[in-house]
Design a protein around this ligand. Structure first.
Ligand SMILES: [Fe+2]
Length: 335
């Protein structure tokens, strides 16, 4: 463990990779790709997502892939639920998030979230507490730390002739925030004001285009930063996109209690909320309607009032964040 790390804020050195690593990975073909980030141990959302995957498989004429892109665990301090999530990770494609990385081997970075300075200290401290409790569960479930430690940090898929880079944070780091809704330029001023991060660093369209080029992908599918966003980019002779699903296992929009996953396909899904189309490639935000009442009962049993997860997440789980689908649906910007 590195004693210089600031738990919950720091990004450990081994989280860093750089976009070029994606250009060197083997590519898995898919007609449809479901990208599931931030399940956060919601086993009810997991059931709904696996049912959707089965339905997509029945409807498709080519391969359908489901990839978990990190933070599949978080609230699942019940050993049976923890094992159910691990089983899904083993049966499908999966990469690590900071939660899995820190469960496999504590780096001294607490939860490993790499929270930016505008996230308050109390929230960071509670995330570190959640991680400590989850670590005890991982230690008690045989083989799980090994399994999670063997997950890669990135994957590349080919859909409709486009290379898709699947990452957890951003193209630099497992816990990077460059693809947060509040970071991607052009800025959403109302959102940045609401989050108290008006001065936070912006990820310029030029930088995203550079990341796309260096990774040799048309699309980055990310998660990690908890709020969804889909941003397209056009430049002379080309186009690309970043799509961040927010959370598969928590509400993402005000008053909408569904989770959200990313669906990337050669044909669009009729029930998507919004998306970006790139030359025959549909990158869409797909809602996950799960048994919310059942999940809330579980959550409150595992994390009763006063517990760190309840204090940090109960308002969002019961009402959704102060954020709307129209804020996530950014359309294209010219580079
Ligand atoms: Fe994360």
């Amino acid at each position: 463990m590195d004693p210089d790390l600031d738990p919950g804020r720091s990004c450990p050195l081994h989280y860093h990779y750089g976009p070029e690593v994606l250009d060197r990975l083997p590519v898995a073909e898919a007609q449809t790709l479901l990208v599931v980030g931030g399940l956060y141990g919601n086993v009810d959302a997991l059931n709904a997502i696996l049912a959707r995957y089965e339905a997509e498989c029945r409807a498709a004429t080519g391969p359908v892939r489901l990839v978990f892109n990190g933070d599949a665990h978080w609230f699942d301090v019940d050993p049976d639920a923890f094992q159910a999530v691990n089983l899904a990770l083993a049966e499908q494609d999966a990469i690590a998030g900071n939660v899995e990385a820190e469960l496999a081997a504590a780096s001294g970075a607490g939860c490993g979230c790499g929270y930016p300075e505008y996230v308050d200290a109390a929230t960071v401290a509670r995330s570190n507490e959640i991680m400590e409790r989850l670590r005890a569960v991982a230690r008690a479930v045989p083989g799980s730390r090994n399994q999670l430690g063997n997950l890669p940090m990135h994957a590349v898929f080919s859909v409709a002739g486009h290379r898709i880079g699947v990452i957890h944070g951003d193209p630099e780091s497992l816990a990077g925030w460059a693809f947060a809704a509040e970071s991607l330029a052009p800025p959403d001023t109302a959102l940045r004001t609401a989050l108290g991060c008006a001065q936070a660093r912006q990820t310029s369209p030029e930088l995203v285009r550079d990341y796309l080029r260096r990774a040799n992908v048309s699309v980055f599918a990310s998660t990690h930063t908890c709020l969804p966003v889909a941003q397209g980019y056009r430049w002379d002779g080309g186009a690309g996109a970043v799509i961040n699903n927010g959370s598969a296992g928590m509400p993402n929009f005000s008053g909408d209690l569904r989770g959200l996953i990313t669906r990337i396909g050669a044909s669009p899904a009729p029930d998507a909320l919004y998306g970006i189309e790139l030359d025959g490639l549909h990158c869409q935000a797909l809602p996950v309607a799960y048994d919310h009442r059942g999940w809330l009962r579980r959550f409150e049993r595992w994390w009763p009032a006063g517990s760190p997860a309840h204090r940090s997440y109960h308002p969002r789980i019961t009402r959704g964040p102060v954020y709307t689908a129209s804020q996530a649906d950014r359309g294209f910007v010219r580079v």
